[in-house]
Design a protein around this ligand. Structure first.
Ligand code: KIV
Ligand code: ZN
Length: 514
């Protein structure tokens, strides 16, 4: 069985999904989970893009030990220098530098001739290799590039020291047959190709990203790139969990395996979905809610007689339906701590105290606290920057009747630690709360999207709200959970506003990256 490396770009290409803006703590939690999942390489971000991004990449590089951490750079010395500063403490610092090779990109975007593109790519790979032991070079828009030109530039960047060559389908244009052909052509025509890993990177514009990645593996790719849940630019990237499980279930056909710990897939998918606010569609392969549900009578009958009649993947393989022992009102601190550990959380004493408090307050109102509830409480506590100055909801009241105008009264503390209070109205209860919060915050806030879901089942389930706002023109997403829909709505709104405020505070405090 040959081995194929997994390069995860959830925190870079995935984070480029419209409306997604993860904070530093969330990125770090996702990185730790990706390490548990066993990805060989994780792209933590694009360090030169902002000070915040630089710091996130640096923190991930310093924390993650069992995966190689990489960062993206344009073919520019300053980007490479910044990436080095962010990544130099990683256990295996790695750079991902890219330059477009298609006529359309070279002419219109880069305004360079093919020879100038070769010269720049070679110079930047050589420059990067002065620092980084591992340098991946990507031929952006490879699938719309001239194959002979690709062969020429790839040979030169390998001589310049590239250790990985990536052929991205940047615009999701190619078909499995063509992409496989491209890999075969490069393998057969680049004389020094055996000195590097050959990587595939597919976007899903035509819904073929996973099929294209598998075709690349069949034709010599030794590394696959993608994201959890397939999130990413436009229609997204190839979904890593789909490729890994396809390789496992159809190993008789593909004869390639990955290092992924498959039963960490569900948890990774849940974490990414929660933090990004990108809901996994019910019918999504591997991780969708319905992926293991059997509705028709004939299927249910077959399943009861023998699960393999209609189920090619067991839910357990991908980490679904592991123990769901509930806790409740009478569960003490000891049982809670055991549960927290068994769910894979490693919380500081202080965060554990906060989590226990949140758990106890939930048991006052909810009989059974499930793993799903705890996942929500624990991830929220874990990623709450409790020491930062921010808006905090203290109390609120809503008056609603079908005959009168809904009115909200809200009390909260500001980032300056002052308590403020006012009342406002709206067409509905949520709007009344949002109008009142906006009046207290004194910023120009627009609600772009609002989504409500329940955590688990039952009338007493936790409510979870995801919102997308613009605050003075800056987009931010936020999430909030509570047992009450209105409280969850208020929390989500403030969570989004706080992200913008915290970013502004950071910008004011910090100088530019090195
Ligand atoms: O899709 C793409 O071409 C990319 C490059 C930066 C590798 O994401
Ligand atoms: Zn991409």
């Amino acid at each position: 069985m040959a081995h194929v490396k997994v390069f995860d770009t959830t925190l870079r290409d995935g984070e480029q999904s419209p409306g997604v803006n993860l904070n530093k703590l969330e990125k770090l939690e996702i990185a730790k989970q990706l390490e548990k999942l066993g990805v060989d390489i994780m792209e933590a971000g694009f360090p030169a893009s902002s000070q915040n991004e630089f710091e996130s990449v640096q923190e991930i590089a310093r924390t993650v030990k069992n995966s190689s951490v990489t960062g993206l750079a344009r073919a520019k010395k300053s980007d490479i220098d910044t990436a080095w500063e962010a990544l130099k403490d990683a256990s295996e610092p790695r750079l991902h530098v890219f330059l477009a090779t298609s006529p359309i990109h070279m002419t219109h975007k880069l305004k360079k001739t093919p020879d100038e593109v070769i010269e720049t790519a070679v110079a930047m790979v050589e420059y990067a290799r002065e620092r980084f032991p591992q340098v991946e070079w990507s031929a952006e828009d490879a699938c719309r590039s001239d194959k002979e030109f690709l062969v020429r530039i790839i040979e030169k960047v390998i001589d310049a020291g590239a250790t990985v060559v990536n052929l991205p389908d940047t615009v999701g244009y190619t078909t499995p047959y063509e992409y496989g052909e491209l890999f075969r052509y490069v393998k057969e025509n680049v004389p020094n190709i055996d000195r590097v890993s050959l990587s595939c990177h597919c976007h899903d514009d035509l819904g073929m990203a996973v099929a294209n990645s598998l075709a690349a593996i069949e034709n010599g790719a030794t590394q696959i790139e993608g994201t959890i849940n397939g999130i990413g630019e436009r229609a997204g990237n190839a979904s890593i969990e789909e490729i890994a499980v396809a390789l496992q279930i159809r190993n008789n056909f593909y004869e390639h395996s990955t290092n992924l710990v498959l039963n960490e897939i569900k948890r990774t998918s849940d974490l990414v979905s929660k933090f990004t606010g990108m809901v996994v569609p019910g019918n999504k392969a591997i991780v969708g809610k319905n992926a293991f549900a059997h509705e028709s009578g004939i299927h249910q009958d077959g399943m009861m007689k023998n699960a393999s009649t209609y189920e090619i993947i067991t839910p357990e393989m991908v980490g679904i339906g592991a123990s769901n022992m509930v806790l409740g009102k009478h569960s003490g601190r000891h049982a809670f701590e055991d549960k927290v550990k068994s769910l894979g959380y490693d919380l500081s004493e202080e965060k554990l105290k906060d989590a226990f408090k949140a758990f106890k307050s939930l048991t006052d109102r909810k009989k059974d606290v499930t793993d799903e509830d705890l996942f929500t409480i624990l991830t929220d506590v874990q990623t709450d920057s409790s020491d930062a100055a921010k808006y905090k909801l203290e109390a609120f009241q809503v008056q609603y009747s079908s005959a009168n105008i809904p009115t909200a009264t809200v009390a909260m503390t500001t980032p300056e630690y002052t308590r403020v209070e006012t009342a406002g109205t709206g067409q509905g209860s949520v709007e009344a709360i949002y109008n009142t919060l906006e009046a207290l915050i004194h910023e120009d806030i627009h609600l772009e999207d609002y989504r409500l879901s329940s955590v688990g089942e039952g009338r007493d389930a936790l409510a979870e709200v995801h919102v997308r706002l613009t605050v003075n023109g800056t987009a931010a997403s936020g999430r909030g959970a509570a047992q009450d829909v209105l409280e969850a709505s208020a929390n989500a709104f403030l969570n989004a506003v706080n992200r913008v405020i915290l970013n502004q505070q950071l910008l004011n405090k910090q100088s530019a990256p090195v």
